[in-house]
Design a protein around this ligand. Structure first.
Ligand code: DGL
Length: 237
């Protein structure tokens, strides 16, 4: 099975990492649109155009299915992308929403990009007490790899929720990269959306990585996140 994944940058690699571990016998084709990152503050229309380009690229790579490894695109344009394509298109959001509805958690904080929070996808679909918080400073910090101000920023975002929640959804695929730092600040169960994806294990393993822009930061982040030293990173043609 050839599975295409896309995100605005290295965030979706957290999804790829989970899939590689759980379902190693598939061919994964990952595309990070680093030329257009961040997606989180873009309009619905802009997101749809970018998503269509990303899907078209993966279709040229002959994928059998696509997993949208980006909360921002999933929360804003998944229905349209699904309708316009014949291959199966999945996202990390639907399984997460299902999981939350079945869980025992009562008070749940979702942190995500502006566009995801603005869509109210969690509040509208999860029958629990949902707090929504946009945390737009996190993606640029994660992509830059410079964590100097991260602790201060996390405190400013999360301190108000310290005694209010039992679970926190990492509603952007970049956020699992700083999970350990978030854990130190807030005492709640941190939920990584990639953990709820269910797919089949195929019978052939392969990994192809593409980005629309490549520099040292992107290369280093990719190696660090996937915990692989020898990987080929390709520029999207
Ligand atoms: N990682 C993406 C998400 O899940 C996009 C973040 C961004 O580019 O702002 O929302």
């Amino acid at each position: 099975m050839r599975i295409g994944l896309f995100d605005s940058g290295v965030g979706g690699l957290t999804v790829l990492k989970t899939l590689l571990k759980k379902y190693p016998h598939n061919e994964y084709i990952y595309y990070g649109d680093t030329l257009n990152i961040p997606y989180g503050d873009k309009s619905k229309e802009e997101l749809l155009n970018l998503a269509k380009n990303n899907v078209a690229f993966l279709l040229r790579k002959k994928v059998d299915m696509i997993i949208v490894a980006c909360g921002t695109v999933s929360s804003n344009c998944l229905d349209i992308i699904k309708k316009e394509n014949t291959i199966p298109i999945y996202s990390i959001l639907e399984p997460t929403i299902d999981y939350l509805n079945k869980s025992n958690y009562e008070n749940i904080l979702v942190i995500a990009t502006h566009a995801t929070i603005n869509s109210h996808i969690f509040k509208n679909n999860v029958k629990k007490n949902i707090y929504e918080l946009e945390t737009p400073k996190l993606v640029p910090i994660i992509e830059s790899g410079d964590y100097t101000d991260l602790n201060k920023i996390l405190h400013s975002y999360l301190d108000d929720y310290k005694n209010k929640i039992d679970a926190l959804v990492l509603g952007c695929t970049h956020y699992p990269i700083i999970k350990e730092k978030i854990k130190k600040i807030i005492n709640a169960n941190l939920l990584d959306m990639s953990d709820y994806i269910n797919i089949n294990n195929g019978n052939k393993s392969n990994l192809e990585l593409y980005f629309s822009k490549i520099d040292d930061k992107i290369t280093n982040n990719t190696k660090k996140i996937l915990n692989l030293n020898n990987i080929d990173i390709n520029l999207k043609q």
